[in-house]
Design a protein around this ligand. Sequence first.
Ligand code: NAG
Ligand code: NAG
Ligand code: NAG
Length: 421
Amino acid sequence: MSANLPLLVSTVFAVLTTIQTALVPEHLTVIIGRPSNHTMKTKLELKYGDMELQFRKNSYVDVLTPLVLDETSREGVLQLAGKQANKGHRLEAELCRSANQPDSSNTTECNEMLRGLYLEVTVLKSSLVAALVMVVGWAYFTAWSTSFYPQMLLNFKRKSVIGLNFDFLVFNIVGFLAYSAYNVFMYFDSNVQAQYEEAHPHSPIPVLLNDVFFPTHALAACILTALQCFIYKRGNQRVSYVCMVLTAIMGVWALVGFLATWFKLINLLQYVTSLSYIKMLVTLFKYIPQCWNVSDWTAFYGNPVKFGLGVISIAFDILFMVQHYILYPHRADPDRGDVEQDDQTTPDEESGNVPDKEESKKRIGEEDSSELEKLLNKVEQKGMDQEGNEGEEEEENATKRSGNESTGKSSKSTGVRQTQQ
Ligand SMILES: *[C@@H]1O[C@H](CO)[C@@H](O)[C@H](O)[C@H]1NC(C)=O
Ligand SMILES: *[C@@H]1O[C@H](CO)[C@@H](O)[C@H](O)[C@H]1NC(C)=O
Ligand SMILES: *[C@@H]1O[C@H](CO)[C@@H](O)[C@H](O)[C@H]1NC(C)=O
């Protein structure tokens, strides 16, 4: 069920989005050294005979012959040959003409085609990479998305939310709400897309289907978890004042942005982008209490928020690992021993928790950091599809880890736990 759900939803999304574009499919993948044929179909009615489309030359992919859409079937074959690895290069039409119209380059039909044309080609070095990108992408995505459920299940079983960090929950809801708004508008709204196109010519919309599904699903999961907080036993836990104030500030930010958009001081793209920065702020807020010095993040490219999230999360992850495994390897253990049986912990984190397994635990730590190095390398590789997801994934791991950290350190919650046991 949960495995089929992402597929189902993505299909629905795919269907919804293809309705908008004049030519489908809108995303194509080619492998270097292997020319391929792709059957394209238009939803437009071709009143003036076959339509020919010529595409602008680019350094990533060759379009071997012009695309000719058949008048009756509305289909044509696009022959592509990849030249240079690239993630989602947008093909642009240079010329459009209809067979039965000598001067057809500006018929309404062609205008409609050019307006509705959105065609992205991803060029990969090998089919192995193509398969890997897909498998890893969906694996990350599934792992990330299902990670919300153990907590909910646990709350349900215990009929209690004691030990759950309410501030985290509030921040998550605010963050995912803002981030969902950004991704949904970027992915579905043609106005926002046009504005993006204008602001960043020749660069593809930096939002993928995963980016839409993930935060909306996460938002729903967090809201459900929040509802549990109203229903189940919660002791004297509450949302902290600091969290309330920060949330209020972000709310004001969103409201001011909304008014500015309403009065046309900024456009919708600028507004949703400003919302996406809320997500980044939230990520920072969530981490700051867990450690002392905030990391540095420098360069931004493409999708700054996605990139920033990744950088922040990885930086904090490294910091936590250094803290936990190198700076204070022993200090954490006694505390963490009793966290083991308890909630909010990932199985992999907790598996090596018994004190006499110190050695194996260190090894796990090392493996983690080499995994991280790999990750970092991957993030740097621009040709990859998955940077954002990895960032998110890491973020989530860190969230859990830091959750452990704080429950371990806070004597109050330890006390609660002991009374429960
Ligand atoms: C693509 O189609 C053209 C024309 O029909 C054909 O000559 C070519 O061999 C096809 N290429 C592939 C890879 O199927
Ligand atoms: C279409 O092109 C023809 C010839 O180039 C020109 O006379 C005509 O004004 C154009 N129509 C539009 C709507 O641009
Ligand atoms: C940040 O680190 C420096 C030393 O590296 C330390 O002196 C300072 O107190 C730290 N900042 C905070 C807020 O703890």
